[in-house]
Design a protein around this ligand. Structure first.
Ligand code: F6R
Length: 609
């Protein structure tokens, strides 16, 4: 998704803006641009492609010099990636950058064209720039013009704005799309996310819907929609610049895979009291849990896959019905939820548009909402009735690994507490399961160590595959979904995950000689069943990569490669098995020469539908 930054201070603003945008590259983008006050005039530089293309262009054509400005990385929505469509966009006196989507831009454009205004780009953003310029030309006061403009806009936006008549001031406003205001010493910032500014300051304000910020070098003022000053609570990021660097690893993804043991510890340990989970600080207590009728886990992508694992775990040990829903489906199908139901929204970013809309819909229908979110202060975190933060730290790689892992750990914490509250497990079992969960960081570390080499080797066998299948049953099927998503999103090899028992109903016709099938078979009660399915694909020529447990009796000749996971508490195995699935995807993508951390067409934080 688009990234926004802005700066007013004492440094060379073009450098600050490019540095800050570099920290937002993980969000995914296809063009970049900056606008800087140079001798009290706004000077714009923008380019299709990566930030390096912008920097090269500025090296060739001159870098704007000044101490304030705004910057943007664009993920194309309206109009192809091109120099013209890149942000910033301008009217006569106004230049701005935008994250979000303006739904009524066509009507607004028609109105502006009738006023004699013309447009250079295909973007909705240029319409906002012209509309603001139109109001400013009448009102002559920037904040009032911003208020007037935002009242006309439908959709989502975070805007960074400069007015030619107000050198060295940066204005910002947001609705739905996130925006923070970084507070430094004699310098202030705007940014879509904290990593952008963490090398300059850890202190920031969260801008709320329709609030307007006015930044100068030595002060920041924030106003509401009625132009009344707003007092904000200063937040401080609890991680530093090292957390957003690669720390010696070639890619963020492999760094983040290796950070998983620490991420689990940071997420689980603070929630354990006297040897059992305690989610009181999240507003969840046994009374709340006892009264839950049905649970819906609603999310997108990997976060939804963590919900799939959650479903199996919660149903198994807490005997409570769980429906897992894709947020973009849930929100448009008039779901039957209401009082007594719990909707769990899972999101790393806390800003995913569909997940947020699903949560709001569930609230409207009278259900209670619980958010499992990684990004502090994000919209989903703020609007949920109950909240469990995962503490993965910043996840920069587009492909989720450590955030997914800690989502799993929270599913277990929640399931154990629910099971005990509902009387489905006794205290001994409750304590035992919790103690096993506490062992997972160490076990995950071991698995990373022991499966890296074989995962690398397996990945060399996948490089030229056109397509492959992941199969499994139960929890192994839930994991297969995540394994398959991870592989396709970064290696660009087509793959599907299938419930192993469902193959015979159609999909097995796809199996041809040499087609790789990754079979996950770690659950003892269904092991033999999965083995039978593996035999069926093997008999039709598949190249089988089998993931099972140490000590499993693997029949001769059913697998070309066997990757063994240490024996551990069965219900917790997903936290171990996801590691080689991540590693296989990672090494396949690396060997295919792909941009692992920023796969094509993808964005980290999907703030538009
Ligand atoms: C895949 C991936 C995505 C996200 C999905 C939801 O590796 O990262 O599928 O899981 O876009 O994002 P969040 O968790 O931010 O709501």
């Amino acid at each position: 998704m688009c990234g926004i930054v802005g700066y007013v201070g004492h440094r060379n603003s073009a450098d600050v803006l490019v540095n800050a945008l570099t920290r937002l590259e993980y969000r995914g983008y296809d063009s970049a641009g900056i606008a800087v006050f140079e001798n009290d005039k706004i000077s714009v530089a923008k380019s299709k492609g990566k930030l390096k293309d912008l920097v090269d262009k500025m090296d060739r054509e001159g870098k704007p010099q000044g101490i304030s400005g705004i910057g943007h990385t664009r993920w194309a929505t309206h109009g192809e990636p091109s120099d013209i469509n890149s942000h910033p966009h301008s009217g006569a006196k106004v230049t701005l950058v935008h994250n979000g989507i303006i739904e009524n831009y066509k009507e607004l454009k028609e109105f502006l064209e009738k006023q004699g205004r013309s447009f250079l780009s295909d973007t909705d953003t240029e319409v906002v720039a012209q509309l603001l310029d139109y109001y400013y030309s009448h009102i002559k006061e920037p904040v009032k013009a911003i208020i007037e403009t935002t009242q006309e806009l439908k959709g989502s936006f975070a805007l960074g704005i400069v007015f030619e008549d107000f050198p060295n001031k940066v204005f910002a406003v947001r609705r739905e799309s996130p925006l923070i205001i970084g507070i430094g010493k004699d310098e202030n910032f705007i940014a879509s996310d904290v990593p952008a500014i963490i090398q300059y300051t850890k202190d920031y304000y969260l801008l709320e819907h329709d609030e307007i910020a006015v930044l100068e070098q030595k002060r920041v003022r924030i106003f509401d929609i009625h132009y009344q000053p707003v007092k904000k609570e200063l937040k401080t990021a609890d991680w530093d610049v090292d957390a957003v660097g690669k720390g010696g690893y070639p890619h963020y993804m492999i760094k983040e895979i290796n950070e998983q043991p620490t991420a689990i510890k940071n997420t689980v340990l603070p929630r354990i009291k006297d040897g059992v989970p305690c989610l009181d600080e999240c507003n969840i207590n046994p009374e709340v849990l006892k009264n839950i009728k049905n649970i819906y886990i609603v999310a997108c992508g990997s976060a939804m896959h963590s919900g799939m694992v959650g479903k199996y775990v919660i149903e198994e040990i807490a005997r409570t019905a769980v429906t897992v829903d894709i947020a973009s489906e849930f929100r448009y199908r008039n779901p039957i939820v209401g009082k007594g139901d719990l909707i769990i929204i899972v999101s790393q970013s806390g800003e995913t548009a569909d997940s947020l809309a699903a949560m709001r819909l569930a609230k409207q229908k009278g259900a209670k909402t619980l958010a499992i979110v990684n990004a502090m202060g994000s919209t989903i975190a703020r609007e949920a009735d109950m909240l469990i933060y995962t503490h993965a730290g910043p996840e920069i790689s587009v492909a989720s690994t450590k955030a997914y892992m800690v989502q799993l750990s929270v599913m277990y914490l929640f399931a154990f507490e629910l099971a005990f509250a509902k009387g489905q497990i006794d205290e001994e079992k409750y304590r035992y399961l919790t103690s096993k969960l506490l062992e997972t960081p160490e076990m995950v570390e071991k698995v990373i160590e022991h499966t890296t080499e074989i995962s690398q080797k397996i990945s060399t066998k996948l490089l030229t595959a056109d397509s492959l299948l992941y199969i499994g049953r139960g929890l192994d099927y839930a994991l297969s979904m995540e394994g398959s998503l991870k592989l396709k999103e970064i290696s660009y090899i087509h793959s599907e995950s299938y419930a192993a028992g469902e193959l015979k109903h159609g999909t097995i016709s796809l199996i041809t000689k040499g087609m790789p099938v990754i079979a996950v078979a770690t659950q003892s009660s269904i092991y033999e069943k999965t083995v039978s399915n593996i035999k069926e694909v093997k008999a039709r020529g598949a190249k089988v990569i089998m993931i099972c447990r140490e000590g499993n009796d693997v029949p001769k000749d059913i697998a070309d490669y066997v990757l063994k996971i240490p024996n551990f508490e069965e219900i917790l195995l997903p936290m171990l098995v996801c590691v080689p699935l991540q590693l296989i995807a990672y090494y396949t993508a690396v060997q295919r020469g792909n941009d692992v951390d920023q796969p094509r067409n993808l964005a980290k934080s999907v703030t538009v539908e």
